[in-house]
Design a protein around this ligand. Structure first.
Ligand SMILES: [Zn+2]
Length: 224
């Protein structure tokens, strides 16, 4: 048998295909779009604050210091943390602020957190504060009272236009998530949040992530 000679074009294609598979990119192998790479993360309790509220908590002119970059470009967990205080002085310390600052302050808790604070909170998408309770936030320079804005953020999936096309959805539509693990489950009706620069990422809260044992998941899959 003669020694096969690999021509340059073939080698390039093999390398490209191997990289496409490994990176899970949206590259086209054999003329067929690859499944977008899905990341599922647990979004632990946290808050968002306005620049004005940040200064009341941490002092005049204070700027958030990035502690850790989040998966979505431009967003970060800040070094700054506050204590959240509910009715009857129940509190949770070390509530992380996520940056950058927003035009409304908002606290996102899991139901377990809310129950321990003595708060009854609604499931809402970001910025929808209808019928939500308030709380006190305490920082090193002061305390503020939020009149409303403590919510359980509803489970959702961030995606860009190519991901939306792949799943055949638009902003505001719903997808289901199947998690295979020691506690396999299907989470229904994740809100699709489409934005031009978003990467495909599901956000669950700690209650949901623990219930399906997400840290030990062997497979995650989005479907209609
Ligand atoms: Zn999110």
């Amino acid at each position: 048998m003669s020694t096969a000679t690999l021509d340059r074009t073939l080698v390039e294609r093999l390398v490209r295909d191997a990289l496409t598979q490994k990176l899970g990119t949206n590259g086209h192998a054999n003329g067929k779009a690859a499944t977008p790479k899905l990341v599922v993360n647990i979004s632990a309790r946290h808050c968002h604050v306005t620049q004005e509220d940040l200064e009341r908590l941490f002092g005049k002119g204070h700027q958030l210091k990035p502690h850790k970059a989040l998966y979505q470009d431009g967003f970060f967990a800040a070094e700054e943390m506050v204590t959240i205080i509910g009715p009857r002085h129940r509190m949770i310390p070390n509530l992380r602020i996520l940056g950058p600052c927003r035009d409304h302050s908002q606290v996102e808790l899991a139901f377990t957190d809310a129950i321990s604070l003595g708060l009854e909170i609604p499931v809402r998408k970001s910025g929808d504060h209808r019928d939500s309770p308030g709380c006190y936030l305490l920082g090193p320079a002061g305390m503020i009272e939020l009149q409303r804005g403590v919510i359980r953020h509803e489970r959702h999936v961030h995606m860009g236009p190519a991901d939306a096309a792949h799943f055949g959805v638009k902003d505001g539509d719903r997808l289901n998530l199947r998690v295979a693990s020691t506690c396999s489950m299907v989470l229904e009706d994740l809100l699709c949040r489409l934005s031009p620069s978003a990467k495909l990422e599901v956000h669950l809260d700690t209650d949901e992530g623990n219930a399906c044992d997400l840290p030990h998941a062997t497979k995650v899959e989005l479907f209609r």
